[in-house]
Design a protein around this ligand. Structure first.
Ligand SMILES: Nc1ncnc2c1ncn2[C@@H]1O[C@H](COP(=O)(O)OP(=O)(O)OP(=O)(O)O)[C@@H](O)[C@H]1O
Ligand SMILES: [Mg+2]
Length: 546
């Protein structure tokens, strides 16, 4: 019977210098890791004329052959179980020439020594008494590059005489999970220290797992709960574990069974963290999930915005203000399914923003994932009706149509049997099914009061607003304002425009005036209420011209 069996071909050795990506960071990680595995408490790194020396105070190298044994390791059983060494790390130095000294012996591995050539192990004339020394050519191992790999390694690392930071990765509060060989602690972004932030906590709103694999940090995205900015610190303790880093670069976790268990443990920690905090804004689904895990959380803090139209866009719609201390339970939600008409939402918002009432009408927007909490169950808005008086003028403006009417009102019926009704200065014309092809999308109704009551941008919002791929916001807004001004000017007619233009500057006269005459030669005569009068002559040049 023919059989086949896996084996390692010698040819792999000839490619050993390509097992690693060749980054300086990778080399720092591998050599610090070896020192730590050798039980070192101190590592001294020195840079001198393009040469780097890494000296540790670990147990030293018993068998030099292990150095070049690709896939073989010389660490003890405990290290095998907790870290699963792969026996490839030192090959990150290939094809550099490296001199290794330890326990009275030394060897210089040349370029070919990494692949096919024999390397002699000699008696070391300088005899290193404790630990291991490696020397090779490299770009400088500056403190700024070493710090991040040293800070959580548990060793004191010194670069050119200067100590790197050294601190525990998690606090006393971390929960020990012996079955996974790690401790887990949940922190908000602000509670991360500078090093944790720089190696993984990328943003205050991000959610990340940050794993300290004995000094080497790897991160993964994980969001078991919707709360923003939670970071899950996982500190490997050195106990046996099946949490593994992917080879050879070891920059991410292997998604095996232990990884799944780790995620489950993190999920539980996340809910416990929220339980301790005492308040949250989790979706209802996650509130239920906490219950399944045996954690009874309070309901989410009521989260809503007053009004129904998004006020995060530019331009912003007219604002709906929530009266001070007004209870949420007296507000209304918009149930889109009841009417199916998109303009109902707009008109309910405009009624709340522009109407006047004895009893406040406050519609609120609550994201649907809060459905299920008692506070999210509110009476809803039902029928919405717009009544418009006689049309005065209608024009296409921006990407819609603007019509001025004599009177305008909106009426809303709510599920708790109330009726809210008021005159308003703006509403959206309910869509009639057949307005013909090419008809402007939006049809906005206003009364003449809208000119004083509303900002142009609040009308612009309903007529298409800002186009992202057009001019700047300000340029587009002033173009719209110009169109809108001429809309109002046309509405009042040329005589009224003239009258307004003449009257406006007279309001700047110092004291009360009674009458004024304007003459074709530019003279202005003013009679004040106190009986005094004044004639203002145009400048000489202008008078001649006139
Ligand atoms: N600083 C050191 N002190 C003592 N022994 C060392 C040191 N560096 C390397 N060794 C020995 O050389 C062997 C090979 O090291 P190498 O980094 O290639 O592999 P490894 O550490 O076993 O596995 P990994 O691929 O996970 O790094 C080690 O198993 C260890 O026996
Ligand atoms: Mg190693």
């Amino acid at each position: 019977m023919e059989t086949i069996q896996a084996c390692v071909n010698q040819r792999l050795l000839t490619k050993a210098d390509r097992l690693f990506t060749g980054t300086l960071n990778g080399r720092i990680i591998e050599l610090l890791q070896n020192a730590r595995r050798a039980g070192a408490t101190k590592v001294a790194i020195t840079n001198e004329g393009g040469w780097v020396t890494v000296k540790d105070n670990g147990q030293g190298i018993g068998d030099f052959a292990k150095l070049l044994d690709l896939g073989g390791s010389g660490w003890n059983e405990a290290c095998e179980e907790s870290e699963d060494p792969a026996g490839v790390g030192i090959f990150c130095l290939a094809p550099r020439e490296v001199t290794v000294r330890s326990r009275g012996k030394m060897a210089t591995i040349t370029k070919d020594g990494w692949t096919i050539a024999q390397t002699e192990v000699l008696k070391d004339p300088q005899s290193v008494r404790k630990g291991t020394v490696l020397r090779f050519q490299d770009e400088p191992w500056e403190t700024s590059r070493v710090d991040i790999n040293a800070v959580f390694s548990g060793m004191q690392v010194i670069v050119d005489g200067k100590r790197c930071p050294n601190m525990p990765f998690v606090s006393e509060e971390a929960i020990h999970h012996p079955e996974l060989g790690c401790k887990i602690e949940v922190r908000e972004y602000d509670q991360l220290n500078q090093w944790q932030k720089s190696c993984g906590g990328d943003h205050w709103s991000g959610n990340k797992g940050i794993v300290n694999f004995h000094g080497q940090i790897v991160t993964f995205d994980y969001r078991p709960v919707g709360e923003r900015g939670l970071h899950y610190l996982v500190d490997l303790t050195g106990e046996p574990t099946h949490i593994r880093l992917m080879l050879p670069a070891r920059t991410c976790l292997v998604e095996n069974e232990a990884y799944k268990q780790l995620l489950e443990a993190i999920e539980l920690s996340a809910y416990r963290f929220i339980e301790r905090k005492g308040e949250h804004t989790l979706p209802y689904k996650e509130f239920l999930r906490a219950g399944e895990l045996g954690i009874i959380l309070p309901e989410a803090t009521p989260t809503f915005t007053a009004g129904l139209l998004s006020n995060t866009e530019s331009p912003e719609p007219v604002e709906v203000a929530m009266p001070k201390d007004f209870p949420l339970s007296k507000c209304y939600r918009f149930a889109p399914n009841t009417s199916g008409k998109e303009e109902d939402e707009v008109n309910a918002h405009l009624l709340a923003a522009l109407g006047t009432f004895n009893e406040p009408f406050v519609p609120v927007d609550i994201i649907s994932f809060y459905d299920g909490y008692s506070w999210a169950s509110l009476p809803t808005i039902g029928k919405v009706e717009v009544k418009a008086g006689k049309q005065l003028q209608s024009k296409y403006l921006w990407s819609g149509k603007l019509t001025c009417v004599e009177e305008l009102s909106i009426t809303v019926e709510t599920s708790d049997g109330k009726i809210f009704s008021s005159t308003v200065c703006m509403a959206k014309e309910p869509q009639t099914p057949k307005e013909g092809p090419g008809w402007a999308d939006e049809h906005i109704l206003v009364t003449a009061q809208a000119n004083d009551r509303l900002q142009p941008s609040e009308i612009w919002y309903h007529l298409g607003g800002w186009y992202e791929d057009g001019d700047t916001y300000d340029t587009q807004l002033s173009a719209f304002e110009e169109d809108l001004n001429s809309f109002w000017a046309d509405l009042i007619g040329p005589d009224e425009q003239l009258r307004q233009n003449i009257i406006a500057p007279l309001n700047r006269i110092g004291f009360e005036w009674k009458a004024t005459h304007v003459y074709p030669d530019g003279r202005v005569w003013i009679e004040h209420t106190d009986g005094t009068e004044k004639t203002i002559q145009p400048p000489a040049a202008m008078a001649t011209a006139a």
